[in-house]
Design a protein around this ligand. Structure first.
Ligand code: NCD
Length: 343
């Protein structure tokens, strides 16, 4: 793929407009393939992907593993509880063990922000050519989720040409626990890069004021923003302010496991103020799609009846789109110096 320069995928803040276009174009090619009867491509034959998940996962891990298999790669999984980490082995030494077994791609999830990046740097320093894909690090970043959300929205707005252009000028509302959400952070970089306006909505305990300026400065660690003109970010406290004129609504899970203290009074009161239901959506003034990265607290972020309505709720479509997005990332990271073929 021309123009692709990334050796690892750690953070969407580092993606240029062309990078988003490349990933979406490739994902769309992979997305329509099963319909044409091609379930496995030979592109990554002989490659080994290892998933190193130090935090629980339902969707992301199995989606990456399925994506790798669809490209004919070998897949290996690591479980922290039964590994030598409990005997004191360092994370870097654990990763190097898998690299020594021939792993070309490490998919890493960790509860601490920055772990995938440190691992990528340490492995580079020791001369390894393995690629690291961040599958979620603390509150920081979840790039494959941000990309699959972008792809789902682009396919919704422009089914025949799901490019980043499909997002230009759209008003996308992100509701809920933004503070603890690496998904929201990745979506902020992705959606603004495509020219969408992101409206953040939630109580002050879950959405601090400084999120208003989230994309204002150059991304962390970069001297300048790889995107020339970003869409803007707005911050409001009520759905009555957020929803009128919205083109799509993205809801986020209340991440109780990351909350140090009570940040909401009760799940019921949260649902009353920020829960999304068919009735609430009438505030948008038209029919709009609803997304959620999962897992969903049914009846809290989303009313059960809405979650079960696929004409509006795209949760399952997000899961389906995760596979071609991850195929695209694995393909792009493998293609570089070793010349993969087949897509
Ligand atoms: C998200 C995550 O792990 O950050 N889930 C996911 O990957 N689909 C969001 C969440 O856990 O709420």
């Amino acid at each position: 793929m021309s123009g692709w320069t990334h050796r690892h995928v750690i953070d969407l803040a580092a993606f240029s407009s062309a990078d988003f276009a490349t990933v979406l174009e490739l994902a769309q090619r992979f997305r329509v393939m099963p319909a044409a009867g091609t379930r496995r491509l030979p592109a990554l034959q002989g490659r080994l992907m290892t998933s190193l998940f130090f935090e629980p996962s339902t969707r992301t891990r199995s989606s990456f593993e399925l994506a790798a298999r669809r490209l004919s790669a070998d897949v290996q999984s690591f479980s922290p509880s039964s590994s030598s980490l409990s005997k004191g082995e360092s994370l870097l030494d654990t990763a190097r063990t898998y690299v020594a077994m021939g792993s070309d791609l490490l998919v890493v999830r960790h509860r601490c922000a920055g772990v995938p990046l440190s691992l990528a740097r340490d492995l580079e320093r020791s001369g390894e050519s393995v690629a690291v894909l961040n599958a979620g690090d603390g509150l920081h970043s979840h790039p494959s989720q941000g990309l699959l959300d972008l792809f789902t929205l682009a396919r919704h707005f422009a089914p025949d040409a799901p490019t980043p252009e499909a997002l230009r000028g759209r008003r996308i509302v992100i509701v809920g626990d933004v503070l603890h959400s690496r998904v929201a952070r990745s979506n902020l970089w992705a959606l603004t890069a495509c020219g969408a306006t992101v409206v953040l909505c939630g109580p002050a305990t879950l959405l601090p004021d400084d999120f208003r300026a989230f994309t204002a400065a150059p991304p962390p660690g970069q001297r300048q923003d790889p995107v020339h003109q970003r869409g803007s970010v707005e911050l409001v406290r009520s759905l009555e302010e957020a929803l009128p004129g919205a083109d799509a609504v993205m809801t986020l899970r209340l991440q109780k496991e990351r909350m140090q203290q009570q940040l909401i009074t009760s799940a019921e009161s949260y649902h009353r103020r920020y829960g999304i239901s068919h009735r609430r959506l009438e505030l948008c003034g038209r029919s709009v799609p609803v997304l959620h990265p999962g897992p969903v607290n049914r009846g809290v972020e989303l009313a059960g009846a809405l979650l079960d309505d696929p004409s509006i709720c795209l949760v399952e479509e997000q899961v389906r789109n995760g596979i071609p997005i991850r195929m695209a990332l694995l393909y792009l990271l493998s293609a570089g110096d070793r010349g993969a073929q087949g897509a």
